[in-house]
Design a protein around this ligand. Sequence first.
Ligand code: SF4
Ligand code: SF4
Length: 478
Amino acid sequence: MNLRTVLHRRFRTETGAEFLYVATSAAILGVDPLTSNLVDAFSGPEGADSEPWLAQHDDRVSAESALHDLIDLGVIRPVGEAQAPRAQLPPMPFPLATLVLNVTNKCNLTCTYCYEYGDDRLTAGTGSKGTGKPLMPDDTARDSIDFLLRSCGDRPQVSITFFGGETLLNFPAIRVATEYAEERAKAVKKRVHYSLTTNATLLTDEVVDFLTKHRFGITVSIDGDQQEQDRHRTFKKGVGSFDVIAPQIRHLIATNKERKGRPIGARVTLTHGAAPVAATYRFLTQELGFDEVGFAPVTAGLGREYALGEKGYERLLREFGELAEDYIAAAARGESHGFSNLGDLLRELHQGVNKAHPCGAGLGLLGVSTEGELGLCHRFVESKSHAVGNVTTGIDEGVRTAFLQKAHVDQKTDCTQCFARPLCAGGCYHEAHVRYGDATHANLHYCEWIRGFVDLGLASYGRILTQNPKFFARFETS
Ligand code: SF4
Ligand code: SF4
């Protein structure tokens, strides 16, 4: 009977250390020369008979031991042996961990590429950007908290994320929801974490005081220095927003540091012609003081002037590689680095994350519209076709389960032979909906980008592991 390796990716460090990323289990294994030879021998499409391979080795005991180790680890299997089926879904109803409250669908900026404002949005808004109420009423904010606390099962801790539009246009609802959540969570003995995304235009002293006092995790949408920020992120009259936000961000970060708050992150939307990633990273961390910076390629249909295009993704990967060098050097010294795309990927690799679904949307996470309608996530609220219930009546479990079954990575035949599957699982539902009109479709337009980025993560992981393995201890605590 022939044996064959399962789906995997091999990678080496510059010092010659070799590793195997096993896509079926998401494990990373160190590989010695004998095992490397074994993987070579059994990786052909038909696999190989073990006897001739064993016969080639003078030290047959060691060869047999290496072979059996890989069989035990599930890296080598009999050709044609069916893989044990993976559970389609965890036990349902799955307890909620995070609720994203879209407290407003209005914005005070008119960023060219915004999925809310531009053609990519899911709602057919009239006047304001959404079809629902522009501001979430206080009662709906309170109902949302009650809904989360009764839908979270035995979880000791839940998260509430505030989103928009520009979230701070409805600061009163944020205050009401937070204070109500504190009170209710105390009564039912649960802890609540708060987070918020903002464009930083409305960070008054009162807002900064409130957010830092309640230890909000804060993400600021900002594209870089003045030139980068003002290129796309403008007020309605076309004036750039940098001069307004820069002093307010500095004040926020200084207050947060004083109060020993949680790290504050910048989220950069990368468009065609954007400044180099490393330069933007340095500006945001060194000049403005952000703790972390995450970069997101713009979500855009083909043909938009700001869309990245194939060459843009190649450039991005190169520039991510340059910034990864800084990360690896910091990790070798045992220091943190704020390149959060790479940090998040390394955490997932180290924890052996093996996703059946690309993200928590519809599973542990739901979005709430200004009117209390539940959507798969914040990007799907007010999209009637993806509604999964309401905060007062609860989750429509039939709709939720049917979606999650269809969205399972095992249903995406295009992903079957992809080594990046444990981390990507087909990619963002919203992006798939925009691109293919089907939220459960695999995002095949960005596979090269995803695989390239996972390769970068694997290479970085291997290098850090050989230089300072203790660095990964930080990913074992949370
Ligand atoms: S969408 Fe592409 S990159 Fe992602 S798992 Fe599927 S085939 Fe792989
Ligand atoms: S569907 Fe996309 S936007 Fe929504 S939570 Fe998942 S990855 Fe994020």
